[in-house]
Design a binder for this molecule. Sequence first.
Ligand code: BTN
Length: 339
Amino acid sequence: MIVGSKKARLKDLLGMLRASKGYVSGEYMSRMLNISREAVWKQISMLRGYGYSIDAKPRLGYMLIDRPDRLYPWEIMYELGGSSMVKEIIYHDDVTSTQDVALRLAEEGKDSMLVVAEKQSKGRGRLSRRWISPYGGVWFSLITKPRVSVRNATILSLATALAVCKSINGSFNLPARIKWPNDVVINYRKVAGILIDMSVEHDVINYCVIGIGVNANVSIESIEGMMSDEDKGYHYYYGSTSLMHEMGNKAVDRVKFVASLLRELEGIYSRLSYKAEILASIRAMMLLGPVSIIEGEGKDARIRDGIAVDVDDDGSLLVKSNEGMEKVISGYIHIRYEG
Ligand code: BTN
């Protein structure tokens, strides 16, 4: 585990290497950072240990050649710039579930904290489902305290999905859309999922843990290969995709993507009280059209057709079916789009 705020020296040194076009001498860094030459060398070895490629030349010093494809806290903070939504980042290489770690921290009173992992061994999806989270993805949970009433909880997951869509569309020019209530799809295949856990007291949200999983640089085969036949056989499973796949098998810069997603989240969450404006943006990004309404699971599931026509002001989905106009409430019924 790495606690971002505990790496000030490493961050400073990396900042100097980054700022320089060429080599930076050890002597200069030791003077500027007010540390010994030996301490400079120790930090350089540490950075190399983290996967940074740093060249060293006698009499010239050190030059940063490349950074690793890792979601290190200082890399995310560097790309993010200032943020009021993320004050601290906890990084895990391999963890059970960032959501469970973040929930424990939220219970301890932590706020504005991001828990990120390269891999999860027990990733959780909605309705107690498994969330497959191999290396290459973006798996994080953010502790936050949105100023909205618990009645607007469905809006929170839609607003989060909106942020994911906007960052995917903006960063990669891909046609990401919201699949009600909290999936993000590209060409009708799931690229990201959202899980929101919250603690509520007297209709007021005490804290909220926003879990986001994005299939970034993972192959579809690796995700589907890890799924059981049962997982794939469920009525709700409609296929997976990844950013890398949609980009023609080109890996994306995950650090830049996470930073852009956090910026979108911050922008949207800061305007949650402007409900009409947020709903308008959600509606513009929402996948509508022919759907199957699935009630129950497995053999007993009841499936009927309908047309998703709009999102209601409370975040529920309005579906026209033979039975008239239905208001579909999150968590009760599953909707499958007929893409
Ligand atoms: C879903 O579509 O069912 C929601 C998936 C949410 C997955 C994310 S990955 C980060 C966070 N940690 C978890 O264990 N789950 C969420």
